[in-house]
Design a protein around this ligand. Structure first.
Ligand SMILES: Cc1cc2nc3c(=O)[nH]c(=O)nc-3n(C[C@H](O)[C@H](O)[C@H](O)COP(=O)(O)OP(=O)(O)OC[C@H]3O[C@@H](n4cnc5c(N)ncnc54)[C@H](O)[C@@H]3O)c2cc1C
Length: 381
């Protein structure tokens, strides 16, 4: 989309990086994407290739194998993935949601051990919060980690875990003191090859089909004490700190999907003919597009400002919730209208609009549902 109000948050170095990312996706990801969707997972080689190009270490410090950039660089990768219709590999989860937890909260020793492998793609990561009994109410999580000598012994189950089948490590939330509710949660960086870890089915989804999504079971899994991220019972505050970022990742992706869908739809309706004219020529089509373009264009400066504030460390949980709520609702409406304007072809998987529509449906569910966003926004009104 062309914007009347130009974007101002990116400099020349960002645009050079954007070109690299776009070229990489076009040449090395898109040709294999159908096969990955059929397989329901992405191969380790493409993660290592992304690592070589710096995509996985955008905001990991150079001393720990990354690029030493910030969320602006993360946003570029997220935008290009969205623009190219690529919902997997889940680099956003690995590099822009999970890695920053380690950057902000790991000890120097842990960072030296953990981050270079994250940045290179040698290790693929997952985050384990949601359990079969519930995802919105994280305080009620039932997985436990009991201190036994030098180790913690972990028991429980997680579900809907992105990268759960291909990951080597998981950032796992478990109760170290079940009597304390949310204040009894700790986080662990768990090696998924440890005895007692079982990976369940690769869950079949309506979108994001090249991403694997797993059930994971932990039965007496021993994690050494130095696998704990942050202090004992500090997991909740660490998680809250990361939720701003996680919600902005989804917001950045949602708005770019809406923009891409509008571009694709304008192109499509200008060549598709019905009743002796192009579909674009119908007033209904033009008015729908005019509404969508206006709404998306009005949201763009808001999201760019959110990105900027987050880079400055000034985006509040309420602001991130507003960004996620508005962009995911907007993308939902726009993608549905755009699919409609494609007619039957919009329902065909080979059309980017069909994939985007299915992929984006989860944006209103994960990283906190839209209702959870409304709770957060309304609590300080
Ligand atoms: C494709 C996919 C990938 C995911 N990846 C991960 C991952 O990598 N790691 C991970 O930990 N989780 C992941 N999740 C889980 C996701 O975060 C949860 O699905 C989400 O938080 C909602 O939790 P739930 O599914 O248990 O729904 P529930 O919490 O059972 O909610 C069901 C419904 O009740 C509503 N509801 C809940 N509480 C309230 C309330 N207080 N007031 C009003 N309504 C309410 C919700 O809005 C929702 O509509 C993923 C999910 C999907 C679908």
């Amino acid at each position: 989309m062309d914007f009347e109000i130009p974007r101002t948050i990116f400099g020349q170095e960002h645009e050079i990086f954007r070109d690299t990312v776009a070229r990489f996706l076009k040449n090395e990801v898109l040709p294999h994407y159908d096969a990955w969707e059929d397989a329901g997972r992405t191969p380790p080689e493409i993660w290592r290739r992304a690592g070589e190009l710096g995509l996985l270490g955008t905001s990991i410090p150079a001393a720990h194998g990354g690029m030493g950039g910030d969320f602006l660089f993360d946003a570029i990768v997220i935008e290009e993935l969205g623009r190219h219709g690529v919902a997997a590999p889940a680099w956003d989860m690995h590099a822009y949601i999970i890695a920053p937890f380690l950057v902000r909260h790991a000890t120097q020793k842990q960072k030296l051990h953990w981050l270079p492998k994250m940045a290179s793609g040698e290790h693929i990561s997952a985050i384990g919060l949601t359990e079969p009994g519930g995802g919105s109410d994280l305080r009620a999580l039932k997985t436990t980690a009991e201190r036994v000598g030098a180790d913690y012994v972990i028991n429980g189950a997680k579900t809907f875990i992105t990268n759960g089948h291909i990951a080597n490590r998981i950032l796992l939330a478990a109760k170290t003191d079940p009597t304390l509710g949310a204040k009894g949660v700790s986080l662990f960086w768990v090696d998924l090859a440890t005895d007692g870890v079982t990976r369940g089915r690769n869950l079949k989804k309506i979108g994001n089909k090249a991403q694997d999504t797993a059930e994971l079971f932990f039965d007496g899994v021993r994690a050494p004490a130095d696998a704990r991220l942050g202090g004992e019972n500090e997991g909740w505050s660490i998680l809250m700190d990361g939720l701003v970022r996680e919600r902005l990742v989804v917001a950045v992706r949602s708005i770019v999907l809406a923009e891409a869908a509008i571009d694709q739809t304008i192109e499509y309706v200008k060549q598709r003919r019905a009743f002796g004219q192009t579909v674009f020529d119908f007033q209904n089509t033009k008015f729908k597009l005019a509404e969508m373009v206006s709404e998306v264009e009005a949201s763009r400066p808001f999201i760019d400002k959110c990105i900027e504030l987050h880079v400055a460390g000034e985006a509040s949980p309420e602001l991130a919730a507003k960004a996620k709520l508005t962009t995911t609702e907007l993308a939902h409406r726009v993608l549905d209208e755009c699919l409609q304007l494609h007619g039957g072809y919009g329902y065909m998987w080979e059309f980017p609009i069909a994939r985007a529509w299915a992929d984006a449906r989860v944006h209103r569910i994960y990283a906190g549902t839209i209702v959870v966003m409304k709770h957060i926004i309304s609590r300080n009104l």
